[in-house]
Design a protein around this ligand. Structure first.
Ligand SMILES: Nc1ncnc2c1ncn2[C@@H]1O[C@H](COP(=O)(O)OP(=O)(O)OP(=O)(O)O)[C@@H](O)[C@H]1O
Length: 235
């Protein structure tokens, strides 16, 4: 099996829904290795979410090619992309989208009931440090804890990749660090390839590689020789 999970070549995305076309991605080349933690930084509108959505099979590119291992995502129709997404991709968004009437355990079980070889909800919740909160409802959990339930839900199906769009965007520094800690612990224990969009530059220190976006392109790449432990982060 190849060690490269994603290969993007000359990838573009142009939105033509408005009067003026928006060039969200302007020819992007990228290789992501298995088990890598990649942080995406850059100004608002620079194309970070567009790239993650295409990698996650939520959207189609306009031109160029994108592969998940040997499979070409840019050749897939919506039905094939849905199957790819269900099988291989976990998503974490800024807002947790938990079901308020279900406990933490039940929110995770919603996913494990339909996955192919899921872990048990209690295992997934233990991985994010919430073994003691399984019977709590979202309203009884802090923002950081709710986000960790959302992470447990995303990883319970054992996805190969975890795509996170501003996972700490709504959190204060202390709870945000706990969330990053949960993501890194999953990466260490399960080897899940992890991509994290953030506006918080201090998070870049926990990555293997940092991609700086500007105007639909990757303008700079920085490789961290050593990754900083999440406990050492401050913001
Ligand atoms: N569905 C859409 N229709 C039209 N234009 C869009 C759509 N989605 C995104 N765009 C535009 O594409 C560009 C890139 O947006 P994108 O969300 O990828 O940026 P971003 O770097 O993730 O920004 P942010 O950090 O604010 O989330 C922006 O100009 C945005 O307005």
């Amino acid at each position: 099996m190849s060690d490269t999970v994603f290969t993007a070549r000359a990838l573009t995305k142009t939105y033509t829904s408005g009067e003026v076309p928006v060039h969200a991605l302007r020819g992007l080349d990228l290789d992501v290795s298995a088990g890598e933690v990649v942080v995406l930084l850059g100004p608002s509108g620079s194309g970070k979410s567009t790239l993650l959505n295409i990698m996650g099979g939520l959207d189609h590119a306009t031109s160029g090619r994108l592969f998940f291992r040997e499979t070409e995502l840019t050749a897939m129709d919506d039905r094939e992309l849905t199957a790819y997404r269900r099988r291989h991709v976990g998503f974490v968004f800024q807002f947790y989208n938990l079901i308020p009437s279900l406990t933490a355990y039940e929110n995770v079980a919603v996913v494990t009931e339909i996955a192919e070889r899921p872990m048990r909800p209690d295992e997934a919740l233990a991985l994010v440090g919430l073994e003691g909160r399984m019977d709590h409802f979202p309203a009884q959990l802090s923002g950081g804890e709710q986000q960790r339930v959302a992470i447990a839900r995303a990883i319970a199906k054992r996805p190969e990749v975890l795509l996170c769009d501003e996972p700490t965007g709504a959190l204060d520094s202390k709870t945000g660090i706990r969330v990053i800690e949960a993501l890194l612990s999953i990466n260490a224990q399960l080897g899940t390839t992890t991509m994290i969009i953030t506006h918080n530059a201090s998070i870049q220190d926990v990555a293997d590689r940092v991609l700086f976006f500007a105007d639909g392109r990757i303008s700079k790449v920085h490789k961290n020789e050593t990754r900083r432990a999440s406990a050492e982060l401050t913001w």
